[in-house]
Design a protein around this ligand. Structure first.
Ligand code: FES
Length: 503
């Protein structure tokens, strides 16, 4: 290597060494940073901030970034080539990744355990003391597979059409191995007890790509996996050096694209033991819905797409600095809450739901989704606004979720008023305003029935560490997976649910 340069990447705290002058784009691309305009300097979404050290300003950056931004240390990763040691903050990594700090009942064991939530967009791992149940360390990162496609179908296409299955597998095994190394490097005691077991949960595509199972069956009708059960490895099988060569369990899927993240959600909410009718809704990059009781649960995935994470929205972004996260109306105008008290630069999912709910109340958005007025735009807080196309994207997404709920409840012979509790899983579920979600017809249950449940996937993965003999077969036997689009009434219900309630 030419003269090595040490780069520290915040807020993940990762330290790397590269040859002097290496394009930062190549380095960050492998770590999941997106370059939406292909690195041509048009979108400014690859912004990085120099926290320590020096990163010379490229000529193109002088015209793309304001003098104030340059003075604050902002640069564009697609133009940067560090030549000396530097500490950088990667703006895309500011996204708050939801871990889990809930307390839970457990039977004490021995040694350490590691739980991993393998999400389409983010990865979170926690190190636990199995004797006390305490969380000793947390580590998170973006899923590096995102460089090959933002959502699960584009990953499947990349694997099948571009022969990328092995690359995706190497990305994810490597990333989780690094997360685990980070967790264990933080150990400060005399000598770390051995890691007894590692539990991983994720949707079906993540399950297949991690476990090395061909995703081709997931690329075509009927989109059913041929092998989606519990997969057991040793750490060394995966190239991970962990004292004791701990067993690694990837928990089983439930059918179609509904994976062990939802199964773990059952463990976290004890839905599979409930006498009353309850639901679990997880709206992330992929949308999953389950309703049922201890006797029978029906689950489905929805084609909700990434709209609830800001994807496909013209000024959409994840919930990081500069994102509008709440919108309210007062004094005849709109008030926006912006993450980090920064100037608004986009809108995330919870802000989008709020904005449309407020827009419906005050006539900025019509019940059929039309934006009145000649411009067909809905200005929020400058420069952020919603376009007619944005409203359509939200209608498609919320229509798919609402239709999914209706079809599942109809199959169970139940109505919304029979549902005693609806758990909203994941970051979006945690931050969404329940009144706004009901106002737009996304989750049409009374507020006191709906409960934000946090990262149920991670909590369920932790619970599985303490109970290695969970009878997954018995749970899976009571769960029926359905394909929503195959329901004879799907089209009619979906189209009906795309409109907004009138009041
Ligand atoms: S990737 Fe668009 S400006 Fe850098």
């Amino acid at each position: 290597m030419d003269q090595p340069v040490r780069i520290r990447l915040e807020p993940l705290g990762e330290v790397i060494e590269v040859a002097s002058g290496t394009p930062l784009k190549d380095v960050l691309f492998l770590r999941g940073v997106e370059f939406p305009c292909g690195g041509h300097g048009r979108c400014k979404r690859c912004r990085i901030k120099v926290l320590a050290g020096n990163l010379p300003i490229a000529a193109a950056e002088e015209s793309l970034l304001s003098p104030g931004e340059l003075a604050e240390g902002w640069r564009l990763a697609c133009h940067a080539r560090p030549e000396t040691a530097v500490t950088l903050e990667v703006a895309q990594w500011e996204t708050a990744i939801l871990a889990d700090d809930s307390t839970f009942d457990f039977t004490p064991g021995e040694g350490l355990g590691i739980a991993v939530d393998l999400g389409t967009t983010t990865l979170v791992a926690q190190l636990l003391d199995l004797s006390t149940g305490r969380t000793l360390a947390v580590s998170s990162t973006l899923n590096p597979q995102a460089t090959c496609g933002a959502d699960i179908m584009s990953r499947v296409q990349y694997a099948v059409l571009e022969n990328g299955q092995h690359r995706l597998e190497a990305f994810i095994r490597g990333a989780i191995g690094r997360l685990i190394r980070n967790l264990l490097q933080g150990w400060t005691g005399p000598e770390a007890p051995p890691v007894r077991r590692i539990t991983i949960v994720g949707n079906t595509v993540m399950h297949h790509l991690f476990c090395g199972i061909d995703v081709t069956p997931l690329s075509r009708v009927p989109f059913e996996p041929v092998r989606d059960g519990l997969e057991v490895f040793r750490a060394t099988d995966l190239g991970w050096e962990i004292a004791g060569d701990a067993p690694v369990n990837f928990l089983p899927c439930l059918g179609g694209f509904v994976g062990s993240d939802i199964l773990a959600g059952f463990l976290a909410t004890r839905m599979q033991e409930s006498d009353a009718l309850v639901g679990l809704i997880d709206l992330g990059t992929n949308g999953e819905i389950a309703f049922g009781t201890r006797d029978r649960i029906i689950c489905a995935s929805t084609a909700a797409g990434p709209a609830f994470e800001g994807g496909l929205i013209s000024m959409g972004m994840r919930a990081s600095t500069g994102a509008i996260t709440e919108v309210t109306a007062s004094d005849g105008g709109l008030q926006c809450r912006v993450i980090g008290n920064a100037s608004p630069r986009g809108i995330c999912g919870s802000g989008l739901v709020d904005a449309v709910a407020v827009g419906l109340e005050h006539g900025y958005v019509q019940p059929n989704g039309r934006l009145p007025g000649p411009s067909h735009r809905f200005p929020l807080c400058p420069p952020v606004e919603l376009t007619q196309g944005d409203i359509r994207q939200l209608q498609l997404a919320k229509g798919a979720v609402a239709a999914g709920i209706r079809i599942i409840l109809a199959r169970l012979g139940a109505s919304p008023s029979d549902v005693q509790r609806v758990y909203l899983a994941g970051a979006f579920g945690n931050y969404i305003n329940r009144t706004s979600a009901r106002r737009i017809g996304l989750i049409d249950f009374p507020n006191d029935v709906v409960e934000p449940a946090g990262n149920t996937a991670l909590l369920g993965a932790k619970l599985a560490l303490f109970t290695p003999d969970i009878d997954f077969a018995s749970i899976r036997a009571r769960v029926q997976h359905i394909v929503l689009s195959a329901d004879p009434n799907f089209e009619e219900i979906y189209v009906g649910e795309m409109g907004f309630p009138t009041a």
